[in-house]
Design a binder for this molecule. Structure first.
Ligand code: IZC
Ligand code: ZN
Length: 425
């Protein structure tokens, strides 16, 4: 916990997203940053106590200034801590050989069908003991924090047996308890059809529905339930069954939708009332409209399109249709081995036509709502968690202009400075 008050003073721009607790931003509202120039934030007991112009906060806290640790943000940009709402954080091994094969023209699905891809990471993750898995994942979490990310969602799905899925989820819980970054868990037993069930995938779906989901829910190891709905992986019918079973056990639905082929994933997300539908590279316009009507957040993962050398999701179209859009790294060893959410924002601008305002909304407010945390993170408002980032740039546009550079100077988590001068404390 935070011992003394922390006062971040006089930022050139303080991006607050005031009002962000109410719900995800859509359409033109994604551009409403609510910037305070010469802005300051007073934090105590892990929460934001006040946000406003520096002169106002100086006057309000004059008598308590001696108690506080003061961080000078003059000339710099301050934003809410970044939120990554879609990662496969906990895994063992790496797949650089497959990357090299893809550069020679092999496709992601060809590698999966030959027993590699997700299945290769499943073999490595099953073999790793919990401590090794914890260490590998902790290193990645440190890197996320160095890039300004203060909360991540993390999926299981590299175990595919009850025991190995529980192992992954328990590691995620240990990370949440021991690391400054908050980790929000998603069960994804239906990430791939394990080779043992290759000839009878429905039997595996039954195992997920009748054994894994009830046990994960009973142990309270996850809040969300996700499925890879993709041609050659799980059909929309199987995905529906899995998502509805999760709902019955209190797990909120999420879905990997229309990543490689158009497959009705966006439509299914709207039908089951998913919190988010993710990927959406090949989503139909009808699917997007249904998502907008049902309030399903579109979590876009342009790092994956970039790394798979595929067509990017139609972010502009989705925003224009009223779909609330969030952005994420999709951090995983196959299709997006990165932790740089700032670079994902760069791709949002350069490859999906999003504006510098929209990509910030998509990695703060909207990302927070995509993991049902909009009431406590994602905007800088009184009462919310004291999670914020100080960037070494004078305005928010420079974050996108100076691309593929880590501009993070300082990260504050729960009112404590955890990264200073670009280094972990
Ligand atoms: O390990 O390849 N798309 N799941 C669905 C992934 C990519 C992760 C992987
Ligand atoms: Zn994913």
């Amino acid at each position: 916990m935070q011992n003394r008050p922390l006062f971040v003073r006089n930022a050139a721009q303080l991006v607050t997203f005031s009002g962000g607790s109410k719900g995800p931003l859509t359409g033109r509202r994604m551009k409403e940053l609510s910037i305070i120039e010469n802005g300051s934030v007073w934090m105590e007991q892990g929460k934001i106590a006040a946000v406003g112009p520096d002169d106002e906060l100086m006057a309000a806290y004059r008598e308590r200034m001696g108690e506080a640790e003061v961080v000078d943000a003059s000339g710099k940009l301050v934003t809410p801590g970044l939120v990554d709402p879609h990662t496969h954080l906990v895994f063992a091994g790496s797949r650089e050989q497959e990357f090299a094969m893809r550069l020679q023209g092999k496709t992601y699905m060809e590698i999966y069908n030959a027993g590699g891809g997700i299945r290769a990471t499943v073999r490595a993750t099953r073999q790793a003991d919990a401590d090794a898995l914890f260490e590998a994942s902790r290193g990645r979490l440190d890197q996320f924090l160095l890039h300004g990310v203060t909360t991540v969602e993390a999926k299981s799905g590299y175990g595919l047996t009850l025991e190995d899925e529980l192992k992954q989820l328990e590691v995620a819980r240990r990370l949440h308890q021991s690391h400054p970054v908050d980790v929000v868990s998603t069960f994804m037993g239906a990430h791939a059809v394990p080779l043992e069930y290759k000839d009878d995938p429905d039997r595996f779906v039954d195992e997920v529905v009748s054994v894994m989901i009830p046990e994960v829910a009973r142990r309270e190891l996850a809040e969300f339930n996700d499925v890879f709905c993709e041609q050659g992986v799980f059909t929309p019918e199987q995905a529906r069954k899995i998502l509805l079973a999760g709902k019955e056990h209190g797990l909120w639905p999420k879905i990997h939708a229309d990543e490689i082929e158009p497959y009705g994933g966006a439509e299914l997300a709207a039908e089951v009332g998913a919190v988010s539908a993710d990927h959406l590279l090949k989503a139909s316009e009808e699917g997007m409209r249904r998502m907008a009507a049902a309030g399903v957040i579109g979590v876009l993962l342009p790092g994956t399109a970039f790394f798979l050398m595929a067509e990017f999701a139609k972010a502009r179209k989705m925003i224009d249709l009223g779909v609330p859009v969030a952005l994420s790294t999709d951090c995983n060893p196959g299709s997006s081995p990165t932790v740089s959410l700032p670079f994902i924002m760069n791709l949002g601008c350069l490859k999906m036509g999003m504006t510098p305002e929209e990509v910030l909304a998509a990695t703060t407010v909207n990302a927070a709502h995509a993991i049902r945390r909009g009431h406590e993170i994602g905007s800088l408002e009184k009462g919310k968690k004291a999670d914020l980032v100080i960037f070494r740039v004078a305005n928010y546009m420079q974050l996108q202009y100076g691309y593929a550079v880590n501009h993070v100077d300082t990260v504050i988590k729960n009112g404590n400075v955890v990264v200073k001068g670009g280094r972990l404390l």
